[in-house]
Design a protein around this ligand. Structure first.
Ligand SMILES: Cc1ncc(COP(=O)(O)O)c(C=O)c1O
Length: 416
């Protein structure tokens, strides 16, 4: 109890001592304090709260960039990037990341997207165009019922014929269910979840690819990987084969920039092969001097610059250390939950630990995401162990869980 109080005081102190400059707008200043406090104990969502962009913002203001209106409308992968854009740097970002997923630099195309959803939107749209172009037929989309809802939303938006494939209790698409649902007379558009939203499951791409390979009559196959969170850290771990194009044979991948990479507002990466790019619908737009194959016209010029800045300042080594740490803290959290006898589960390679749902007070304090599954006793919650979920914070969380259980049983005794 004493240790718990000390931890809580340490966090309050850390929150209050961060230097703060008034905006001159009281409501905004008040919200900055609210955000700072909430940031200390947000555990349930996959965003690093350790943004490393202070130097970027100092440079941005000091260099006068704040009065230059850039726009990345157009193709960043051409040799002729438009001047009032950061496409030059956007291309370097794609060329830094693409080899980490085993794309060859002579066979790659990509953009910095507005979000993970935007990356999936490109994955589905490019997949449909590619398959239509190759086969003259409309594909069927297959995605697991535990995959992120953006895939279902986008299927609706793009009017796609979608089959939700059942997943097992840990959240992985079941190969036999895919087999049972497969329409082998139409092209297959697969979305693999890396990982699933609530349980952090990684679809077994090799087992699912084997199901597809057993049907050579399928007219065409396109595989998109929804790797919003896991695609951030896995390339920097010994498990990088899980997102390797060489090992897994996929056509495109989407990754979020504001999750593992801690960029302070939504963005992401979409990367595909050149063959996929060549099989898209052409829109030659003279006023942009570009063949516009991507979905949006205007695109953010600042996010590629932030990504580029982080490549220089954090880079492969920094991200490798961070990836190692989050998996170590994931182990620590699971061990501590086991130690207090709180039922908890975690998928291999995942930084998401799910467990029996605690009290509403704890859900609120730690902004925990909630789920439900009868197979695990019903009400559940999860923690996504991001860079800011340190051992000290885990200790505080575990102490809160343990105390809440004592309070619950005392309450029950008093009622009797
Ligand atoms: C697996 C997965 N895919 C897609 C998304 C959507 O990404 P974004 O919020 O960047 O649009 C998320 C977000 O949590 C996710 O976890």
């Amino acid at each position: 109890m004493h240790r718990h109080l000390l931890l809580t005081l340490a966090y309050l102190f850390a929150t209050l001592t961060v230097s703060s400059q008034s905006s001159g707008y009281p409501e905004l200043d008040r919200m900055v304090q609210v955000w700072r406090t909430a940031q200390q104990t947000t555990f349930g969502y996959p965003a690093s709260q350790e943004s490393e962009l202070a130097g970027f913002y100092q440079w941005y203001a000091a260099s006068g960039m704040d009065v230059i209106n850039l726009n990345n409308a157009g193709d960043p992968m051409t040799d002729d990037p438009s001047t009032l854009s950061s496409q030059l740097f956007e291309r370097q970002v794609i060329e830094f990341f693409a080899p980490l997923y085993d794309f060859n630099l002579d066979n790659v195309w990509g953009i910095v997207t507005h979000s993970g959803t935007d990356g999936n939107n490109h994955g589905l749209y490019f997949g449909v165009n590619y398959l239509r172009n190759k086969t003259g037929m409309e594909p069927v989309l297959y995605v697991s019922d535990e995959a992120h809802y953006s895939n279902m939303r986008l299927a609706h938006l793009q009017n796609l014929d979608i089959r939700l494939v059942a997943s097992d209790s840990m959240g992985r698409m079941i190969p036999d269910s895919l087999e049972a649902m497969l329409n082998t007379s139409r092209p297959v558009l697969m979305v693999y979840a890396m990982g699933s939203t609530f349980k952090g499951a990684i679809d077994d791409q090799q087992a699912l690819n084997a199901v597809l390979a057993a049907h050579p009559e399928i007219p065409g196959i396109y595989r998109h990987i929804d790797a919003a969170l896991f695609g951030g850290y896995l390339p920097f771990t010994p498990y990088r084969a899980l997102v390797s194009r060489d090992s897994m044979q996929y056509e495109s991948i989407a990754i979020s920039g504001h999750k593992f990479f801690g960029i302070d507002s939504p963005c992401g990466l979409f990367i595909c092969t050149r063959e996929v790019y060549e099989n898209q619908t052409d829109y030659n737009v003279p006023y942009l001097n570009s063949n516009m194959r991507m979905i949006s016209c205007s695109r953010d010029a600042l996010q590629p610059l932030k990504f580029w800045w982080l490549i220089q300042s954090v880079g492969f080594e920094g991200w490798s250390t961070q990836a190692k740490n989050i998996l170590a803290q994931r182990d620590y959290l699971k061990q501590q939950l086991d130690a207090i006898g709180w039922p908890a589960w975690v998928n291999e390679y995942s930084n998401t630990v799910f467990f029996r749902r605690p009290s509403p007070e704890i859900i609120r304090k730690y902004t925990l995401a909630q789920g439900y599954d009868e197979r695990f006793g019903g009400e559940l919650a999860h923690v996504v162990v991001m860079q800011h979920v340190s051992q000290e914070k885990i200790d505080m969380f575990i102490a809160d869980l343990d105390n809440s259980r004592t309070a619950e049983s005392t309450g029950r005794r008093h009622k009797r």
